[in-house]
Design a protein around this ligand. Sequence first.
Ligand code: IMP
Length: 204
Amino acid sequence: MTQETYLPHDAEHRIDRVVVATSNPGKVREFAEALASLGWQLEPLPKDVEMPEETGSSYQENASLKACTIAARLGLPALADDSGLEVDALDGQPGIYSARFGNCANDTERNTYLLDKLRDQSDRRAHFHSVVILAYPDGDLECYEGTVSGTLLEGPRGQDGFGYDPLFVPDGDTRTFAEMSVEEKRPVSHRGLALKQLLEAHGG
Ligand code: IMP
């Protein structure tokens, strides 16, 4: 993908409806909360439309693949995020493979798998990264990124959120993401920081 494909928002791209190209309800909640002030109608992915396979080798490639495929298929702007957890002691793993880490069946198993890998490991530093793409049916797209650094606990804490949230304490806080509401997570989270730029670009 070339630099010039990252077009800034312009008046030609008036948005009323946007499809949220994800099957992850946790992400849908975060998108809806963060973008409420724009007044866009955020629509879930229709049940009969499948998400494309994530065959890219970077967050950007996977986020573009998801947003562009859905925008072209439905003829509506589409919003997608590709994100992951990068653990220092694991040389940045699982990264873009975070959703499939250890071939685990669900988030709880994935968290246990990660904790096992970090047993006896004193370096608990980790970073969440998110690339958000807003794609238009004509092929134009906008790209936004966010990162948050923090520490991984030795056991889960909290009931909210999704994924690795119960293990991750962002720098500057003592709570895990799973101990925060969606409103509290947004200003510090990788996805919230990416969506803040989108909001600013669209006058929200
Ligand atoms: P994908 O972007 O759908 O490929 O999956 C991203 C995966 O990274 C999720 O399934 C989670 O395992 C993890 N992840 C990304 N963002 C978050 C977050 O905000 N909290 C917890 N886990 C996350």
